[in-house]
Design a protein around this ligand. Structure first.
Ligand code: SAM
Length: 376
């Protein structure tokens, strides 16, 4: 059977539905598909019905490789309409019932190719198996690496980098970074420290708001990559960010309008990165020995930067944060699965007070802090 790329397979369908924003991270992935026309026709039928359940809602789609299931995965979602939760729940329940039924012919078509299709409350998904050789390469993008040697870990990841394998590390929590950057500038603060930055785009988002940034990490390889976004345009470009946004929206299909994402500086252009770079210092440093003076920074913005396993180290890192942030400054920490990393337990001892910067609350005279946890 001839191979067909994801874009050749699904491109005509999306060309006929230009209002749907598509992520297209894995458009070059090649598949073997019996009857691509029939598959597209079934998808079009499901879409027409989908639109009756979610009339006039912005639609978006993500197409990516699922390395665990070894499939190409298409997820088509609708932005949730602005309505009270009970009504939305009822709408989703009825949509789920209808879509489960309507999706059956598409599912049959996908099954003929060894895949499947599902309809849920606000989405439709389609999975097609990857040919063995393609699956093997996709797995290589996500090597399982030991955690101890961070620099080696980043070296391998960057050597095998694809947009799909690193997008989460580059853009994780970047919506929070954007909000906190804007708030930081509004408060009249000027300096920001980002400890254990990894590959995150955050330093550039703060610099974009005219703030002066110090980004640290123990890994020189990660710092070198994030310091030169123009060298990695497939990761740090505006198109890469937009693909990530669409992809996230399609995954969670809630509350985010795919037509109004926060713009990002076009870091793929050497001129843009060059203009912002003088505002950022990238410094190799241990998280418990930051290379700045006491009370010398206004704001500390940290994501997944608190040690999870070792409580003594956690305490040393937080005490280091308290040392470097000036009174009246602000600490923001976001963690995935941060159960052991609760700043609140420490806040009284440190004299910090909670400030809801995400809701625009102004900082006070004492050092403020906010923490955010998310699953996954
Ligand atoms: C879980 S990653 C988080 C990276 C990034 N902030 C994020 O949210 O994706 C932890 C980061 O801490 C760095 N790191 C590990 N041990 C460190 C240490 N002792 N001092 C400073 N950074 C360290 C790693 O290189 C890695 O970039």
């Amino acid at each position: 059977m001839p191979m067909i790329s994801a874009r050749e397979l699904l491109g005509p369908f999306f060309n006929e539905n230009p209002d749907i924003r598509v992520g297209w991270p894995d458009d070059e992935v090649a598949l073997e598909v019996k009857g691509p026309d029939a598959l597209r026709a079934e998808l079009a039928t499901v879409l027409a019905r989908f639109r009756t359940v979610w009339p006039s809602m912005p639609l978006f789609a993500d197409i990516k490789v699922n390395t665990v299931r070894q499939t190409l995965y298409l997820r088509l979602g609708a932005a949730r309409p602005p309505m009270p939760w009970p009504e939305l729940d009822a709408l989703e329940a009825s949509a789920r019932a209808a879509l489960e039924e309507w999706v059956v012919p598409l599912s049959r078509c996908a099954e003929q190719n060894g895949g499947g299709a599902h309809g849920g409350g606000g989405f439709v998904s389609l999975e097609l198996p990857l040919p063995a050789e393609v699956a093997a390469n996709a797995r290589r993008d996500f090597p399982s690496l030991p955690d101890e040697d961070w620099d080696e870990c980043y070296r391998v990841k960057l050597a095998r980098m694809s947009w799909h394998s690193l997008r989460d590390e580059v853009y994780r929590f970047c919506d929070l970074a954007t909000q906190i950057a804007r708030w930081t500038a509004e408060q009249g603060y000027s300096s920001v420290l980002i400890p254990s930055v990894g590959l995150c785009v955050h330093p550039w988002l703060f610099a974009h708001h005219s703030l002066s940034v110090i980004a640290t990490d123990i890994s020189p390889t990660a710092l070198d990559a994030v310091a030169h976004p123009e060298r990695l345009p497939r990761m740090y470009g505006t198109a890469a960010k937009e693909r990530w946004e669409v992809s996230e929206a399609a995954m969670w299909f809630g509350g985010r309008n795919p037509h109004s994402f926060e713009p990002m500086p076009d870091l793929e252009r050497a001129e843009t990165a060059g203009a912002l770079r003088p505002r950022i210092r990238f410094v190799e440093a241990d998280g418990a020995a930051l290379p700045v003076g006491d009370a010398s920074v206004d704001v500390l913005f940290a994501t997944n930067a608190l040690p999870r396993e070792d409580f003594d180290l956690f305490e040393r890192v937080v005490r280091e944060w308290a040392r470097v942030v000036r009174p009246g400054g602000f600490v923001f920490s976001a963690m995935h699965n941060g159960m052991q990393c609760d700043l609140e337990r420490f806040s009284e001892r440190l004299g910090w007070r909670p400030v809801d910067a995400l809701k625009g609350e102004p900082a006070g005279e004492a050092t403020g802090f906010q923490q955010s946890f998310s699953g996954g």
